[in-house]
Design a protein around this ligand. Sequence first.
Ligand SMILES: [Zn+2]
Length: 325
Amino acid sequence: MMKQIVFLLMSLCFFTKTFSDNAHKGKIKVLIVDGQNNHSVWPKSTIMMKQYLEETNLFEVDIERTHYLNNSETHKDWLPLANVPEGVEGKPITDPNFNPDFSKYDVIISNFGHRAADWTNETQKSFETYIKNGGGFVSVHAADNCFPEWEAYNKIIGIGGWGNRTEKNGPYLYIDEHDQPKKDYTPGPGGKHGKREDFLVTTYHKKHPITKGLPLSWMHADDECYAYMRGPAENVTILATAVTTLKAAELQQKEPVVMTVNYGKGRIFHTTLGHDTTALECVGFITLLKRGVEWAATGKVKQTKIPADFPTENKTSTREFQYNK
Ligand SMILES: [Zn+2]
């Protein structure tokens, strides 16, 4: 009798485990890391990206964050929704307890920003190892502003801006007047942008799984066009470009706004788009994010359907964000 009960219990455990494994089976495991971003939209933008990804049923998204700074500009109403704990005062500081187990995930998305404090040495090394061994990474907007002194991070993002980035970090990278990628070693600061506005995004690499089938040009809504980005620029594939309206633009260059980078066996999707709510609501941004995260995780893109409301060359298209939890 006892044996039968034990057998029954074991079967039940096995069944429950199998059932729960199956419920997650096939889903891409995503971790969004955040906490320190000069962009006050950050807790909301994390929620937005999580929801965009999970609504596809392809992804399962966790969030891990560092200490966050008390910031009067922060979208306060989003803090409780994003489960943001009590903040710290003053300058961004290194959070000694921030050490995610990256290896549990297929892809990591960074929603950190300008002047984020360095991660601990241990966390940096663990992240580098994860990417080198084939992990996926996604850098969104100001995530390419942070960690200017971290050599491997600069290689992982390919190019970055601000944080005293200069020629010491590597060349400017852009598409030149002959429509070719160019590494430009002219000295000068890395990172500029003009005013926030609608601007045209042009597909440069038409055959890459992330951009395949997208319109050649589409109007992106209310964003900053990052320009004069520079860095190691190794193993970067430029997928889409835009032209800054900065008055200071002395070069007729097309700025990379969507790109991929290879680092070791790791795949990186990097977009400079995504400054604030409207830019994140652009159907072009949403589509690229979903595809880019899938590609960074798996090397493939199954989401080949182009949304009916995708922006056109003349018209922006946004979806007002409705939080569904
Ligand atoms: Zn910005």
